[in-house]
Design a protein around this ligand. Sequence first.
Ligand code: GLA
Length: 757
Amino acid sequence: MITEFELMGTAAYLLSNGNMSMLIHIVNGKPLLLHCGSVISAADASAMCLRPNPGWGTTVLYKEGDTSSSLDIIPLIWSEENTGDYRENPVSIGIPADFTFRSGRIIDGLIPIESELPQADGASQSLELTFLSGTITLRIIYSVYETAICCRTVISSSTELVINRLMSSMLDLKGSFDITTLDGAWIREAHTNRIPVSYSRVVNESSTGFSSNRHNPGFLLSRPDATEFSGEVYGFNQIYSGNHYASAQISAQNFTRVMLGISPVSFPRSLNAGESFETPQAVISYSAEGFNGLSCAMHSFVNSHIVPEYWRFMERPVLYNSWEGCLFDFNESKLLSLASKAKKLGCELFVLDDGWFGARNSDTAGLGDYTVNKKKLPGGLEGLSSKLGRLGLKFGLWFEPEAVNPDSELYRAHPDWALHPFEGSDFYSRNELLLDLTRSDVRDYIVENVSSIIDSANVSYVKWDMNRHLPISGPKAHDYILGLYEVQRRIFKPRPSILLENCASGGNRFDLGMLCFGAQIWASDNTDPIERLDIQNGLSYLYPQSCWGSHVSASPHSQTLRTTPLSTDANAAFFGDFGLELELSHLLPVEEKEIKAAVEFYKGHRKTFQFGILSREETEPDAVCWLLSSEEESIAGLFHRLVHSAQGYEWLKLRGFEPSQIYRITSRPQNLRVGRFGGLVKYISPVDINPNGVALRTADRLYPMKDGAEDISCTGAALSAGIPLALKFMGTGYDANLRNQGDFGSNIYVIEKVTDK
Ligand code: GLA
């Protein structure tokens, strides 16, 4: 809800939703931010007006004689160079500008973005504040959603103009903060880093052309004492997939200035007279209930206003993906044999990854030539798709439409379609160049090519990959992203039921821009569940778990050489859109049984796994506990990294349950491989067994051991105080109730209300 009213003789605007309020007061034509945070009402506004001040020594007065008018010391939502605010400014246009307020307009719903930039839909109301500086108009547009407020800016000019920098939003927040960013690299995406915001500026940016696996565009500002459960936390993100920039810095007067938008490396941009330039939407959210409260607000915003409408709260299929199992080496009969195994294990969708077209037998050739390789697939895609259909599986297909191998028919026919920033030399990554998506003929080609293949083969899922950084910066880098948005819009908007999973070497483009076109993103090429603890945990601060694919892969894992129990492979993959990605014909009977049970379990609790409200719970050091709650049930996953000896009790401490309600807590039944015990099998077996002998090897293949199970009833109060779990194996003997996990063990607990019949 947005209201306009008069405050001390000038206009004021109060923007509120269920979570937060922003109070903007126009003074001397400049927009002051009197409040941003907890929900307030217009009746509170006059108490929040800034008191007159006698001036701070060397400050520059904006209005002669008015000692309170220095822009350097007051909280603002916008500011320019040369007007006395010497903090970082959100705009630079190469000429002096002094934007002063002209008008405010409140409208129901959205003010649509005019470019290809995606926009969060379903805003209740929007506020457009217009400011003028000579011939230049600046509009700051806020849109209010249930749990977030979005902000963007638009500059237009009746004379020529060069924009060097234009942020989407700026806020001066009261007091000091820590900043948490999601940083990483390929196969180490989205690790959280929390540091204090100080007098030196902290910058979170990407310059690779994409939102990047180095620094996600989303970040959080929290009070220094905020925890997962308490304290003020602000969340920020951008609905954008290109080079991004955000900064935070505290001023001498104790305001933390935060701003975010397109990175200045994607500028300068020249505007002709009469043209305008619009930034992506910045997303701002707030919670006084710690990081978990903030995540809940952001998840709800993404689930309700970002992902394509068709897929909102729509359960995602359990898929089998051919990549880690086959790489480029497959033919139709191998795929069909995998498919029939996948079907028996409970999969619903078969995804054929890279290698199905042209001369694509390795990553050195064929990229760009989406003509089916008839040696591998003699019946074509149609043939494969209909055979999969007869098995009861849907068909999904991999493309990397933005890239091209120089060794391809496409490149030989159109060398000028690739981006060549340097004359005479190209810099390759994974042997590929990117196509110039700023060209309309290239965009038309991709749209027609991909659309016709999808339509011809009854494809119900597309994995859209992109495996290198952009070789250009400047305004063309932004135009490339607009080109990408146009291409995805033209292909997928007319085909809403196709599930699009974006991917960029895993999470190199994990952002709200891509989520507006595809409901999920492949979070990382790292499928090791222990590495996924950090990656999925980091993403969970700002993105709901239904947004990322998460697969069970073969152990030892190809990214780390780490060996993990199959139960943990599955338990970690449950927290996301679950799939299998391994060579199924190598599975032992015990593994087949366990995977089948895991798929069945996931399907039985799919709604909670994909759309339950997530919170990160308290654990002992080095463990991770995620709790998901839906109307019907809650599910907790408790994961360990390295085991520590003689550790004593561990407590399951889960918050948010009704104190006097009785709950039943049962662990997911899971198995242990006998072979994992080696010589320790003497603790289990009454007879002497050679750990290297045939008997143990046979038992290992056929007979799983049950891992200790829990079945506890207690009140919600006891659960939030913490209940002791069964002890772990510690060499003092075997007991079927022990949690025999060793390194990388984990358990899943289902928590249900006990109701009187
Ligand atoms: C990228 C993706 C992988 C897989 C390969 C295929 O690395 O992230 O999931 O699709 O490409 O070449």
